[in-house]
Structures are given as structure tokens and as C-alpha cells.
Write a protein that binds this ligand. Structure first.
Ligand SMILES: C[S@@+](CC[C@H](N)C(=O)[O-])C[C@H]1O[C@@H](n2cnc3c(N)ncnc32)[C@H](O)[C@@H]1O
Length: 258
């Protein structure tokens, strides 16, 4: 199935993934130096950011770097615009579980938009070591310390029993190229296990929200959702002022249990 080159890359990534899991290195919570204000923002995005600040009472740059703050405004913008197009109320309270959250740098956005009682971010490679000698859990601890209801869970979601009212998944891996580019082994590419697990963990009246890179990846993910017994409740994609740097438009979709 995989080429020799892909298998060699996977072996190398698997080795480092195994090392970081065994070492479980941590230097403690790491907080980014706050940017305090965002400079050099073009008029259109600046206007949009100002509107989001007002509507959700956030100012990410007071606690995060400029880059992380801009990324949070982008995710908040997608949520805000996508949800308005959907025409169903935004869930609030309950348990929100985000799958594959990386360092969970966008936890503050999920908190501001959904205001869950409990916010979980599940990441399989939580112990990844970075060049600065810090681990992903150190970054996650820095992003979460202001959110007492939030938790960073280092686990393979396909094996987790985590019932939730709202499950979110931003840019899941569906192809070998994507997972290898993220420096993970191919053994972690298991969409055929991921979507049935989401279906299993979704509470009866719960909602699954997914974001994919472009229409082709979205079509692939949507086929897997349907095969797992999820029913689509909505879909939205549109060029957004804060996402112009992306090569492909983000495709948002909403799913209910069958
Ligand atoms: C493309 S990244 C997206 C990260 C984040 N959602 C974002 O929007 O920036 C996908 C993430 O999913 C994680 N991941 C992959 N398979 C996973 C699994 N089975 N369980 C939990 N996390 C997983 C990867 O380690 C990676 O951090």
C-alpha cells in the first residue's frame, strides 16, 4: 500500500514518537510572551477582528503571541460565520471534546464560543519534544492555565471512552502524505477507527463539528462519517478575510448521531 520512501519516513517518525512517549520530558508550563497589540493588520481583517473582540469579549493578544492570537481570531471567525450560516443554535454548557488538539492553542476560542462546562483536548502526541527543549504538554499547560475547566489529555482518541455533548475536530489526518508531513508514523493513520469512535462517544443529542482542508478532503471525511452512522446536519465553506493565507478553503460540517 505505501511506497518504500513512505515506510522509511514512517519508521523514522515512529522511532522519535516512541522516544518522546517513553521519556515524557517536561520543563513545566510555558506561557507565550503576550503581543499586547496586533500590528500591521490590513484594514479588512482588522475590522473583522474588532467585531469578534466585541461580540465574544476576547482579546487574545493580551495573553498570547501575535501569531497565536491571529490564529485564534481565524478559528473564531470560522466558527462565527459558519454557525450563522447553519441556522441552528450554538450548543453551550456540557462536555466539549476536541480531537487532535496539538498544543490546544485554540482552547480559548472554543471556550469563548461554546462556553462548555468541561473542555477536553485529546492529543496522541502530547509528549512531542520541540527544538527549544520544551514538550507539547508544556505549551498546552501554558495555554490552559487560565481555563480551569479545561484539560489536555494525552491519548489516542480512537481508543478513548470520552462521552461528549459536542465533539470538534479541526483538520484530522486522512491521508498518508498529511500524517507524514506532521512527522507521525503511518500506524497512527486510522480514519476507519476514528469516525466510529466519534459516533460511539457522541451523546444522543450531541453534535460533531468537523473542519477539513478543501473540498476533496472534506468529501473523503464525509464518506467516512456517513459510513460510521453519522448524519450531516449542515456544511459551509467560504473564503474568509482571516484565512486568506490558506491554499485551500476550510470546509465546515456538522453531524448528528444517525
Ligand atoms: C493537522 S493536526 C491539527 C491540529 C489542531 N487540531 C489544529 O487545528 O491546529 C492533527 C493533530 O491530530 C493529532 N492526532 C492524530 N491522530 C490522533 C489520534 N488518534 N488521537 C489524538 N490525536 C491525534 C496529531 O498529533 C496532530 O496534532
Amino acid at each position: 500500500m505505501y511506497s518504500l520512501l513512505q515506510r522509511l519516513r514512517s519508521l523514522r517518525h515512529g522511532f522519535w514518537y516512541g522516544v518522546s512517549r517513553r521519556i515524557r520530558w517536561s520543563r513545566g508550563a510555558f506561557e507565550e510572551a503576550p503581543a499586547r497589540e496586533l500590528c500591521n493588520v490590513d484594514p479588512e481583517p482588522a475590522e473583522r477582528i474588532a467585531a469578534l473582540r466585541d461580540r465574544y469579549q476576547v482579546q487574545f493578544e493580551l495573553g498570547m503571541s501575535a501569531a497565536t492570537s491571529r490564529n485564534n481570531y481565524e478559528y473564531l471567525d470560522l466558527l462565527d460565520r459558519g454557525w450563522s450560516s447553519l441556522g441552528i443554535g450554538r450548543p453551550s454548557g456540557g462536555v466539549l471534546c476536541d480531537i487532535g488538539c496539538a498544543s490546544f492553542w485554540y482552547a480559548a476560542t472554543l471556550q469563548a464560543f461554546f462556553q462548555p462546562d468541561r473542555l477536553l483536548g485529546v492529543e496522541v502526541e502530547g509528549h512531542r519534544l520541540f527544538r527549544d527543549g520544551r514538550a507539547r504538554i508544556d505549551y498546552a499547560a501554558g495555554y490552559l492555565w487560565r481555563l480551569p475547566n479545561a484539560e489536555f489529555v494525552v491519548a489516542d482518541y480512537t481508543r478513548c471512552l470520552l462521552p461528549a455533548d459536542l465533539i470538534t475536530c479541526w483538520f484530522a489526518f486522512l491521508t498518508p502524505a498529511a500524517i507524514l508531513a506532521w512527522r507521525l508514523p503511518l500506524s497512527l493513520l486510522a480514519p476507519e477507527r476514528l469516525f466510529p469512535r466519534i459516533r460511539h462517544n457522541l451523546r444522543p443529542v450531541g453534535l460533531f463539528f468537523m473542519v477539513n482542508h478543501g473540498p476533496a478532503e472534506a468529501a473523503l471525511a464525509e464518506g467516512l462519517c456517513a459510513a460510521a452512522g453519522l448524519r450531516r446536519a449542515g456544511r459551509w465553506s467560504s473564503p474568509a478575510a482571516l484565512s486568506r493565507y490558506r491554499m485551500l478553503p476550510s470546509v465546515l460540517s456538522w453531524w448528528r448521531a444517525g
